[in-house]
Design a protein around this ligand. Sequence first.
Ligand code: ADP
Ligand code: TYD
Length: 218
Amino acid sequence: MKKTYNRNVQISKGNFIAFEGIDGSGKSTQVQILTEKLKQEGIYCYTTMEPTDSPIGSLIHQIMTGRIKADNKVIAALFAADRLDHLLNDINGIVSKINDGITVISDRYYFSSYAYHSVDMPMDWVIKANEQSSVILKPTVNIFIDVNPDTAIERIAKNRFHQELFEKKSRLVKVREKYLEAFEKLKESERVIIVDGNKSKQEIADDIWDKIKPYLAD
Ligand code: ADP
Ligand code: TYD
């Protein structure tokens, strides 16, 4: 779709690439590598993440680190609200960037909610709670970095002083299963690319590039 600024100039919409995976799967590493690669290819991109650093995101961070207590349904609803703000806020909302032709790469989007929150509540409820986001903006492609939970835990333990609420192994095993369930459930409406996250950083980056290239064309 084209956005018309005046009679002569039309700007193509930017792509939206969402990275997904369990904690420690290597998302932020791959977001960084892909951002560099796209810049080398002359594609202007904006990198972002969820939860965001907005007031709603900061409330989420305080809940996740145990400083504030909240019911699981409230947490899931806050993530949905943070996501809508991430899309729509006036200062750096994703939607206006996409409309201006910028490619946006996000470390997590709504499949994170589908996977993490459906461990404790029905997935259909979580999908419904995020319906507005999915109507407003579906990713050009969702990239799932599929890593063995044992490997993910080892990586996290090596690099962090304390483990947050969500970073327990049994939970990550369940979250991974929920991701796969969500991809299967939404396979008709969502484009999902699964890459083997147990390989080296560069091998994964090469796999991602090979798989997303066809979708980045205008
Ligand atoms: P996430 O954003 O998914 O939590 P990170 O990208 O922060 O994951 O990676 C977690 C840790 O694992 C980091 O220290 C990173 O350097 C390391 N790491 C990432 N990808 C790989 C890989 N393919 N092989 C080995 N270590 C990795
Ligand atoms: P964070 O340490 O910021 O990111 P990561 O582990 O991806 O590097 O933690 C984000 C946590 O929030 C992670 O455990 C997944 C969880 N989460 C949800 O539970 N629901 C969501 O909708 C999102 C976006 C994240």
